[in-house]
Design a protein around this ligand. Sequence first.
Ligand code: F6R
Length: 233
Amino acid sequence: MKILQVSDQKMGGQAGYNVFAEALANGATVFGLATGSTPISIYDVITASDLDFSNAVSINLDEYKGLPGTHEQSYRYFMNEHLFNKKPFKESYVPDGMADAATETARYERIINDNPIDLQILGLGQNGHIGFNEPGTPFDSLTHEVTLTQSTIDANARFFADENDVPRYAYSMGIGSIMKAKQILLVAYGENKADAVAAMIEGPVTEDMPASVLQRHPNVTVIVDAAAAAKLT
Ligand code: F6R
């Protein structure tokens, strides 16, 4: 793994942008994307740039089950706001939260197989989750329906008027789906990610720490700030 330590999220945005720009210049056409607070500064630099994704395809990691793309807390809506409205792709796939689980997860995995991901961006959960793959998710999992853990529901509750409105289920690429990407860029900021960052990079490779699987991937770049890197030896 290549570790890039940056001074703050703004510099992380620039460093992440550089990884996207280099991949694009090298012929990448399929980009795996993430939501959450972490990638926003990268998307901000991309939207302010002249990078052209109009011949590229994007495939997002996950979506809440039960939320339509028009819902302000859906991941489709987030992506439209932060990236797609300003920087359109030829095609942008996000799981359809309103579709039936069996049909949608099979359809989505077919999309990933038909459009092999050149560069996948990931955030990191405090418990080491990637996508919505919580601890215990098999490393060979494909796109599947996820029951969200209480800690993830709690972390998401700030975005909803009422805790009871937070979706309990999601559709997510599996760990096996993510590992098919040719290159992975994982980004983590802040002290609340420090334990997960250390376990991901220096701990044992175990399904109890989903991100530790990245030790087995041949092309991973990690962008961290000092707080997130604090527990690395
Ligand atoms: C988002 C996703 C999640 C987040 C993770 C970190 O599409 O799949 O795994 O990347 O929960 O979230 P933030 O960036 O908000 O700390």
